[in-house]
Design a protein around this ligand. Structure first.
Ligand code: MN
Length: 372
């Protein structure tokens, strides 16, 4: 037998053997040298998909998310298209997802519901869907406790129920933090109505992952052309604006231990940080802005963490390390929207020390999300 054929047979039998191994064994096989925890990994439930399609069909102007994502992914996507794959992979937990993780050496995905989550629904329905979605997530984690952890959703616009669900999610279901898909009916988390939610996140000592969605109705118009509402530009503008509102409104003076996680290398805030500091100081002096206890960049280091989801730029990684601090950067893929292998290769190949790489790949996630 020539050596190529022997190699092929060896590889084939290894693949066949993998399918009968336990989750823990497969994790060992797929693992390169450094543990990898991916922190912004999306899923959906059949119940949510049906509810999103109901709104998309009955009230298509309700949110820009309907045209940028919901309809293209969930309303009969063209077979073989990326959108068709997204739909299939969002709804799967146990098969294709684990196979993808094994192939890219991903030890664990921190799962969160994909946009727009439950926040597009009216309050009572949003709260009911949050409960069933979190139960679905907890059951998936229970089937694969070494491979998945999760972030809970809740209905910010139903604050009493939201706090109840946040407490249940952490104390009963064992979820590790929260996902907020940016604005809720065009309101942002600095709005006083949402104060109980911020207070609960701080008291429970669990981060809120502030994930993008398409720009709110108040600023959506210029994003409707050229497919600009989604991940190419609109998502970052929306989530970045949300984070700046939280900083400049004094949220972090009121909740000094609150931790917000931003994806996509910080949604452009690291680039803007010098100018935010410069203008915040000038406006406070002029009396045009309520003075803050700290500079925006101080809050950014104290109250935020940043992930690398869907952003493979070495120059931006350097900047984020300088602005956010190496202790506040976590690895993420943005599965299924981005490639797990490419995301892993980006950090594997980045100009980092072994210590920095370990922090980004898993150690910061373990600390921020209480994974160990
Ligand atoms: Mn994402």
């Amino acid at each position: 037998m020539d050596s190529d054929r022997r190699k092929f047979l060896t590889a084939t039998s290894a693949v066949l053997a993998v399918s009968t191994w336990s989750d823990a064994t497969r994790a060992q096989v797929g693992k390169a040298s450094v543990r990898k925890i991916a922190t912004e990994e999306a899923f959906a439930t059949p119940e949510l998909v049906a509810a999103w399609l109901d709104i998309a069909r009955s009230d298509p102007a309700a949110s820009l998310d309907i045209s940028t994502g919901i309809l293209s992914i969930f309303d009969n996507p063209r077979p073989g298209s990326n959108q068709d794959r997204f739909r299939r992979q969002l709804l799967d937990i146990d098969t294709e997802r684990l196979h993808d993780m094994d192939g890219a050496g991903v030890d664990m995905q921190l799962l969160s519901v994909t946009i727009p989550g439950v926040q597009i629904f009216e309050p009572a329905r949003a709260s009911a869907l949050a409960i069933t979605t979190n139960d679905h997530l907890a059951a998936a984690i229970a089937r694969h406790p070494t491979r998945f952890a999760g972030l809970a959703c809740f209905a910010p616009h139903d604050p009493v129920q939201a706090v109840r669900e946040m407490e249940r999610a952490v104390n009963v279901l064992g979820l590790k933090g929260f996902i907020v898909n940016s604005h809720t009916h065009d309101l942002y988390l600095d709005d006083p109505r949402f104060a109980p939610v911020l207070e609960a996140a701080e008291a429970l000592d669990r981060p809120i992952y502030l994930h993008p969605r398409a720009p709110s109705n108040g600023m959506a118009a210029p994003f409707r052309d050229y497919s600009m509402g989604g991940s190419i530009w609109g998502f970052g503008v929306e989530a970045g604006t949300h984070a700046v509102r939280m900083i400049l409104s004094g949220v972090f003076d009121r909740y000094p231990r609150l931790r917000i996680v931003l994806g996509h290398m910080g949604e452009a805030l690291p680039f803007w940080m010098w100018r935010l500091d410069h203008m915040a100081a000038r406006r406070a002096k002029d009396g045009r802005m309520k003075p803050l206890s700290l500079a925006p960049s101080d809050y950014f280091r104290r109250n935020f963490a940043v992930t690398t989801s869907g952003f493979e730029s070495p120059e931006v990684l350097d900047l984020v390390i300088k602005v956010a601090g190496i202790e506040n950067i976590m690895w993420a893929i943005d599965y299924p929207y981005e490639s797990s292998r490419d995301a892993a290769a980006f950090i594997d190949g980045a100009d980092l020390t072994g210590e920095q790489r370990a922090r980004i790949f898993y150690r910061n996630a373990e600390r921020h999300f209480h994974l160990i």
